[in-house]
Design a protein around this ligand. Structure first.
Ligand SMILES: C[S@@+](CC[C@H](N)C(=O)[O-])C[C@H]1O[C@@H](n2cnc3c(N)ncnc32)[C@H](O)[C@@H]1O
Length: 296
């Protein structure tokens, strides 16, 4: 991984930008369009195993981690056929999606704890089953667990027994850091994305977490970035981003999305997508990305 140049804008006052006139998170609910706060945000992408990638980073070099691993219970949903988008078929994309076993959470959390500087936050997106496995192991690594936040996706999804309309975001802390706005609710309401990268998250979810737990110029990290939604949110908010995914197709998608915000570092073997249309990507229905930000 190369070191990303720390380009902390001298003064970003979001009240002077087109997206916000109150300088806080809640203003998003009244906005239809989210525009970048700064024109270029540096990013650095990698195609490695998440733990190996984190191990290559300096201790205390990261300001915020938001990540959405390919946790084991997704495989279970696939096995019983409820998650058609994760089935192996011509029209789906399971080839993109290698599962990260629960047995590896210990080494993952130890590396995350090491790379985060003191007084920072770490958010882990997962389902309820994975929460019970992940929480004690993250605590064992040194994190303080505060609470699960809920991402309300507005419409039902997979499952037979009360179909899933929400996902959890486990909120952890290293040291002590105050949230930027103490008036934000623990339910984040943003419509799900349909037809995008498997399990793609709307950047508006990460947007809330980044605004709460970092400042402009900070380094936000996602070791399982998929299509780079966390990076997109970070770039819009003038944060630096370092992202990784074991799947080169994911890194291609993320690189294409992030190039809209400026040039960053992409592994040499990741060709720009305009030169190439991967079969799996071509098989996907164009994603319906929400544009409205957080719904009120
Ligand atoms: C749930 S998806 C992330 C989706 C992402 N949040 C988005 O909005 O597109 C999980 C990702 O983890 C990746 N992955 C699985 N095992 C990995 C590993 N050992 N190291 C790094 N990435 C891995 C998969 O390729 C997949 O892209």
């Amino acid at each position: 991984m190369i070191a990303i140049e720390a380009r902390r804008p001298a003064s970003i006052d979001c009240r002077q930008t087109p997206i916000c006139n109150r300088g806080d998170l809640r203003c998003q609910s009244r906005r239809r369009k989210i525009a970048p706060l700064v024109t270029a945000a540096p990013f650095d992408l990698a195609t490695q195993d998440a733990v190996a990638w984190l191990a290559s980073m300096a201790a205390g070099s990261v300001d915020l981690v938001i990540t959405d691993p390919a946790y084991e219970s997704l495989e279970k949903h696939r096995a019983i056929g409820t998650t058609t988008r994760l089935k192996h078929s011509k029209a789906s994309s399971n080839d993109w999606f290698r599962i990260f076993p629960n047995a590896r959470f210990g080494e993952l959390f130890r590396e995350l704890y090491r790379v985060l500087r003191d007084d920072t936050h770490f958010y882990l997106l997962c389902d309820a089953e994975t929460m019970f496995v992940a929480k004690p192991q993250a605590e064992e690594a040194g994190f303080k667990f505060w609470k699960p936040l809920v991402w309300d996706k507005c419409t039902i999804g997979m499952g037979y027994h009360y179909r899933a309309r929400y996902e959890l975001i486990l909120f952890f802390e290293k040291g002590k850091r105050r949230l930027n706005d103490l008036g934000i609710a623990d339910i984040i309401t943003v419509p799900r994305i349909r037809g995008g990268y498997p399990a793609e998250k709307p950047p508006e979810v990460a947007d809330v977490l980044i605004r709460q737990s970092s400042t402009a110029g900070d380094l936000v990290v996602d070791p399982f970035m998929g299509s780079g939604s966390v990076g997109v949110a970070a770039a819009r908010l003038g944060r630096r981003f370092a992202g990784n995914d074991v799947n080169p197709q994911a890194v291609k998608v993320a690189a294409q999305r992030l190039r809209e915000f400026g040039e960053g570092h992409v592994p040499a073997d990741i060709a720009p997508m305009r030169d190439e249309q991967p079969d799996l990507l071509a098989s996907l229905v164009p994603p319906k990305r929400s544009e409205g930000g957080v719904m009120s």
